[in-house]
Design a protein. Sequence first.
Length: 85
Amino acid sequence: MFYVYVLYSIGFDRYYIGMSMRLQERLFEHNAGKTKSTKAFIPWKVVHTESFSTRMEARSREKYLKSAAGRKWRKQNIRPRGATE
């Protein structure tokens, strides 16, 4: 199973979209500062996940969520708790 996930950093009001087969381990890596692109914005929490049976489906969805249309979709559909808007 492949997961596409959206992380949110409350302290910095930032989102991160990623893909992994091991979601919980990947979240730990993000929060442990092991990922260069996310370590400056710790802590992260998972605010959305989707599962796919193939890597190709997951990669396609990840690319969409990172696009302009995907950002618009995120703003309309994902509301992290504790976030100020």
